[in-house]
Ligand binder design. Structure first.
Ligand SMILES: O=C1O[C@H](COP(=O)(O)O)[C@@H](O)[C@H](O)[C@H]1O
Length: 256
Protein backbone atom coordinates (compact mmCIF):
# COMPACT_ATOMS: atom_id res chain seq x y z
CA UNK A 1 0.00 0.00 0.00
CA UNK A 2 1.29 3.47 -0.91
CA UNK A 3 2.45 5.88 1.82
CA UNK A 4 0.72 9.24 2.01
CA UNK A 5 2.67 12.01 3.74
CA UNK A 6 1.00 15.38 4.15
CA UNK A 7 2.85 18.60 5.03
CA UNK A 8 1.61 21.88 6.43
CA UNK A 9 3.63 23.96 3.95
CA UNK A 10 5.50 23.64 0.68
CA UNK A 11 8.73 24.37 2.58
CA UNK A 12 8.12 21.41 4.88
CA UNK A 13 7.25 19.23 1.90
CA UNK A 14 10.39 20.29 0.01
CA UNK A 15 12.57 19.59 3.04
CA UNK A 16 11.10 16.10 3.52
CA UNK A 17 11.44 15.43 -0.20
CA UNK A 18 15.11 16.38 -0.01
CA UNK A 19 15.68 13.94 2.85
CA UNK A 20 13.93 11.20 0.91
CA UNK A 21 15.91 11.87 -2.29
CA UNK A 22 19.26 12.00 -0.48
CA UNK A 23 18.53 8.64 1.11
CA UNK A 24 17.59 7.11 -2.27
CA UNK A 25 20.67 8.69 -3.87
CA UNK A 26 22.97 7.02 -1.29
CA UNK A 27 21.20 3.73 -1.73
CA UNK A 28 21.58 3.87 -5.52
CA UNK A 29 25.21 5.00 -5.55
CA UNK A 30 26.16 2.28 -3.07
CA UNK A 31 24.37 -0.26 -5.21
CA UNK A 32 25.62 0.63 -8.68
CA UNK A 33 27.60 3.86 -8.64
CA UNK A 34 24.92 6.13 -10.13
CA UNK A 35 21.46 7.49 -9.49
CA UNK A 36 19.00 6.95 -12.34
CA UNK A 37 15.95 9.14 -11.99
CA UNK A 38 12.83 9.68 -14.11
CA UNK A 39 11.37 13.18 -13.81
CA UNK A 40 7.93 14.52 -14.77
CA UNK A 41 6.91 17.95 -15.97
CA UNK A 42 3.98 20.10 -14.84
CA UNK A 43 4.20 21.45 -11.31
CA UNK A 44 6.89 19.00 -10.22
CA UNK A 45 10.15 20.64 -11.42
CA UNK A 46 9.53 23.77 -9.38
CA UNK A 47 9.07 21.85 -6.09
CA UNK A 48 11.99 19.61 -6.97
CA UNK A 49 14.14 22.68 -7.51
CA UNK A 50 12.97 24.12 -4.19
CA UNK A 51 14.20 20.93 -2.51
CA UNK A 52 17.44 20.40 -4.40
CA UNK A 53 18.62 24.01 -4.57
CA UNK A 54 17.90 24.79 -0.93
CA UNK A 55 20.64 25.69 1.55
CA UNK A 56 19.82 22.46 3.33
CA UNK A 57 20.73 20.53 0.17
CA UNK A 58 24.16 22.11 -0.02
CA UNK A 59 26.84 19.41 -0.30
CA UNK A 60 24.29 16.59 -0.15
CA UNK A 61 23.56 16.08 -3.85
CA UNK A 62 26.17 14.15 -5.83
CA UNK A 63 25.16 15.67 -9.15
CA UNK A 64 27.73 13.94 -11.30
CA UNK A 65 26.26 10.56 -10.33
CA UNK A 66 22.77 11.58 -11.44
CA UNK A 67 21.33 10.39 -14.74
CA UNK A 68 18.07 12.21 -15.40
CA UNK A 69 15.47 10.85 -17.82
CA UNK A 70 11.98 12.11 -18.61
CA UNK A 71 8.95 10.20 -17.34
CA UNK A 72 7.11 11.79 -20.23
CA UNK A 73 7.86 14.42 -22.81
CA UNK A 74 5.95 16.49 -25.29
CA UNK A 75 6.84 16.26 -29.02
CA UNK A 76 8.11 19.82 -29.23
CA UNK A 77 11.57 21.42 -29.54
CA UNK A 78 13.55 21.49 -26.31
CA UNK A 79 13.29 25.28 -26.07
CA UNK A 80 9.49 25.25 -26.60
CA UNK A 81 7.41 26.45 -23.66
CA UNK A 82 5.65 23.04 -23.52
CA UNK A 83 8.87 21.02 -23.25
CA UNK A 84 9.31 19.13 -19.98
CA UNK A 85 13.07 19.24 -20.56
CA UNK A 86 12.84 23.01 -21.07
CA UNK A 87 10.90 23.35 -17.82
CA UNK A 88 13.40 21.31 -15.82
CA UNK A 89 16.23 23.30 -17.38
CA UNK A 90 14.61 26.61 -16.45
CA UNK A 91 13.63 25.58 -12.93
CA UNK A 92 16.64 23.51 -11.92
CA UNK A 93 19.43 22.73 -14.37
CA UNK A 94 20.22 26.35 -15.28
CA UNK A 95 20.48 27.18 -11.57
CA UNK A 96 23.16 24.62 -10.73
CA UNK A 97 26.41 26.37 -9.87
CA UNK A 98 28.66 26.86 -12.90
CA UNK A 99 31.84 24.82 -12.80
CA UNK A 100 30.35 22.39 -10.28
CA UNK A 101 29.74 18.73 -11.23
CA UNK A 102 26.70 18.43 -13.50
CA UNK A 103 24.15 15.63 -13.92
CA UNK A 104 23.79 13.64 -17.12
CA UNK A 105 20.47 14.64 -18.66
CA UNK A 106 18.88 12.55 -21.40
CA UNK A 107 16.34 14.53 -23.46
CA UNK A 108 14.35 13.28 -26.46
CA UNK A 109 15.99 13.32 -29.89
CA UNK A 110 14.24 16.23 -31.59
CA UNK A 111 15.18 14.93 -35.07
CA UNK A 112 12.10 12.71 -34.72
CA UNK A 113 9.45 15.22 -33.62
CA UNK A 114 7.32 14.53 -36.72
CA UNK A 115 7.00 10.82 -35.97
CA UNK A 116 5.97 10.11 -32.38
CA UNK A 117 6.43 6.33 -32.76
CA UNK A 118 10.03 6.90 -33.87
CA UNK A 119 10.49 9.50 -31.12
CA UNK A 120 9.36 6.93 -28.53
CA UNK A 121 11.52 4.19 -30.10
CA UNK A 122 14.58 6.44 -30.06
CA UNK A 123 14.01 7.30 -26.39
CA UNK A 124 13.60 3.63 -25.61
CA UNK A 125 16.95 3.00 -27.35
CA UNK A 126 18.51 5.70 -25.18
CA UNK A 127 17.18 3.87 -22.11
CA UNK A 128 18.62 0.60 -23.43
CA UNK A 129 22.04 2.28 -23.70
CA UNK A 130 21.94 3.56 -20.11
CA UNK A 131 20.21 0.64 -18.41
CA UNK A 132 20.69 -2.59 -20.34
CA UNK A 133 24.26 -3.39 -19.32
CA UNK A 134 23.16 -3.58 -15.70
CA UNK A 135 19.69 -5.00 -15.97
CA UNK A 136 19.40 -8.53 -17.15
CA UNK A 137 15.64 -8.24 -16.73
CA UNK A 138 13.84 -6.92 -19.76
CA UNK A 139 12.85 -3.59 -18.27
CA UNK A 140 14.90 -0.62 -17.05
CA UNK A 141 15.02 -0.30 -13.27
CA UNK A 142 14.80 3.34 -12.25
CA UNK A 143 16.24 4.12 -8.84
CA UNK A 144 13.55 6.75 -8.40
CA UNK A 145 10.61 8.02 -10.40
CA UNK A 146 9.43 11.52 -9.54
CA UNK A 147 5.84 11.67 -10.72
CA UNK A 148 3.13 14.27 -10.94
CA UNK A 149 -0.60 13.71 -10.62
CA UNK A 150 -2.88 15.69 -12.93
CA UNK A 151 -6.29 16.90 -11.69
CA UNK A 152 -7.83 14.09 -13.81
CA UNK A 153 -5.60 11.42 -12.20
CA UNK A 154 -3.15 11.14 -15.09
CA UNK A 155 0.52 10.58 -14.49
CA UNK A 156 3.40 10.69 -16.98
CA UNK A 157 1.32 10.93 -20.21
CA UNK A 158 -0.90 8.03 -19.16
CA UNK A 159 -4.47 9.34 -19.18
CA UNK A 160 -7.65 7.89 -17.65
CA UNK A 161 -9.29 5.30 -19.88
CA UNK A 162 -6.58 5.55 -22.58
CA UNK A 163 -5.49 2.40 -24.41
CA UNK A 164 -1.86 3.09 -23.39
CA UNK A 165 -2.78 1.88 -19.91
CA UNK A 166 -2.90 -1.61 -21.45
CA UNK A 167 0.56 -1.38 -23.07
CA UNK A 168 2.60 -4.26 -21.73
CA UNK A 169 5.55 -4.46 -24.09
CA UNK A 170 7.08 -1.09 -25.01
CA UNK A 171 9.18 0.77 -22.45
CA UNK A 172 8.31 4.11 -24.04
CA UNK A 173 5.11 4.68 -26.00
CA UNK A 174 3.82 7.49 -28.23
CA UNK A 175 0.51 9.23 -27.69
CA UNK A 176 -1.08 11.43 -30.36
CA UNK A 177 -4.37 12.27 -28.66
CA UNK A 178 -3.41 13.55 -25.22
CA UNK A 179 -6.52 15.20 -23.75
CA UNK A 180 -4.21 17.77 -22.18
CA UNK A 181 -2.33 19.83 -24.77
CA UNK A 182 -0.05 19.37 -26.53
CA UNK A 183 -1.59 16.19 -28.03
CA UNK A 184 1.64 14.57 -29.24
CA UNK A 185 3.87 13.13 -26.55
CA UNK A 186 5.84 10.12 -25.45
CA UNK A 187 5.62 8.42 -22.08
CA UNK A 188 7.09 5.71 -19.92
CA UNK A 189 4.66 2.81 -19.71
CA UNK A 190 3.20 1.03 -16.68
CA UNK A 191 5.50 -2.04 -17.05
CA UNK A 192 8.53 0.25 -16.70
CA UNK A 193 7.01 2.13 -13.77
CA UNK A 194 6.31 -1.21 -12.13
CA UNK A 195 10.03 -2.08 -12.12
CA UNK A 196 11.17 1.12 -10.38
CA UNK A 197 12.84 0.71 -7.02
CA UNK A 198 10.86 3.64 -5.60
CA UNK A 199 8.42 6.22 -6.89
CA UNK A 200 7.28 9.49 -5.46
CA UNK A 201 4.14 11.44 -6.31
CA UNK A 202 4.04 15.14 -5.56
CA UNK A 203 0.67 16.89 -5.46
CA UNK A 204 0.04 20.31 -3.99
CA UNK A 205 -2.81 22.77 -3.82
CA UNK A 206 -6.59 22.54 -3.46
CA UNK A 207 -6.87 21.78 -7.19
CA UNK A 208 -5.66 18.24 -6.45
CA UNK A 209 -8.10 17.60 -3.57
CA UNK A 210 -10.95 15.97 -5.51
CA UNK A 211 -8.68 13.64 -7.45
CA UNK A 212 -6.78 12.57 -4.32
CA UNK A 213 -10.12 11.69 -2.70
CA UNK A 214 -10.85 9.46 -5.69
CA UNK A 215 -7.38 7.90 -5.86
CA UNK A 216 -7.32 6.95 -2.18
CA UNK A 217 -11.07 6.43 -1.78
CA UNK A 218 -11.35 4.02 -4.68
CA UNK A 219 -8.09 2.02 -4.95
CA UNK A 220 -9.61 -0.23 -7.61
CA UNK A 221 -10.89 2.71 -9.68
CA UNK A 222 -8.42 2.32 -12.53
CA UNK A 223 -7.15 5.89 -12.67
CA UNK A 224 -3.52 6.00 -13.89
CA UNK A 225 -2.22 7.20 -10.48
CA UNK A 226 -4.24 4.45 -8.78
CA UNK A 227 -2.68 1.88 -11.10
CA UNK A 228 0.80 3.09 -10.13
CA UNK A 229 -0.15 2.76 -6.44
CA UNK A 230 -1.40 -0.71 -7.23
CA UNK A 231 1.67 -1.99 -9.15
CA UNK A 232 4.27 -0.48 -6.81
CA UNK A 233 2.39 -0.79 -3.51
CA UNK A 234 4.59 0.34 -0.58
CA UNK A 235 7.38 1.42 -2.94
CA UNK A 236 5.28 4.55 -3.62
CA UNK A 237 5.32 7.61 -1.35
CA UNK A 238 3.02 10.56 -1.89
CA UNK A 239 4.24 13.99 -0.80
CA UNK A 240 1.22 16.28 -0.59
CA UNK A 241 0.33 19.50 1.19
CA UNK A 242 -2.66 20.04 3.47
CA UNK A 243 -4.82 21.83 0.86
CA UNK A 244 -4.42 18.86 -1.51
CA UNK A 245 -5.12 16.22 1.11
CA UNK A 246 -8.08 17.83 2.87
CA UNK A 247 -10.94 15.34 3.07
CA UNK A 248 -8.86 12.38 1.88
CA UNK A 249 -9.60 9.30 3.95
CA UNK A 250 -6.70 6.89 4.05
CA UNK A 251 -5.43 4.89 6.96
CA UNK A 252 -1.72 5.09 6.07
CA UNK A 253 -1.76 8.91 6.13
CA UNK A 254 0.85 10.83 8.16
CA UNK A 255 0.29 14.51 8.90
CA UNK A 256 3.71 16.12 9.28
O1 LIG B 1 1.05 17.04 -18.78
C1 LIG B 1 1.62 16.73 -17.75
O2 LIG B 1 0.95 16.80 -16.57
C2 LIG B 1 1.35 16.03 -15.43
C3 LIG B 1 0.70 16.67 -14.20
O3 LIG B 1 1.04 18.03 -14.15
P1 LIG B 1 0.66 18.97 -12.91
O4 LIG B 1 1.00 20.36 -13.40
O5 LIG B 1 -0.80 18.79 -12.65
O6 LIG B 1 1.52 18.57 -11.77
C4 LIG B 1 2.85 15.92 -15.34
O7 LIG B 1 3.20 15.06 -14.29
C5 LIG B 1 3.37 15.41 -16.68
O8 LIG B 1 4.77 15.21 -16.63
C6 LIG B 1 3.06 16.43 -17.72
O9 LIG B 1 3.55 16.08 -19.02
Amino acid sequence: MAHLNAYASKDALASALLTFIVERQSHAINRHGRFQVGVSGGSLPSILAQALLSEEAHGQIVWDKWQIFFADERAVPLDHEDSNYGLLKKELLDKLPEGAPQPTVVPIDTDYLDDTQELADQYEQALVRYFAPRDSVLKPIFDLLLLGCGPDGHTCSLFPGHELLRENDAWVAPIEDSPKPPPKRITLTLPVIKHAIKAVFIATGAGKQEILKQIFGDPEGGLPCTLVNHVLEDKVTWFVDYPAVEGVVYHKKSLL
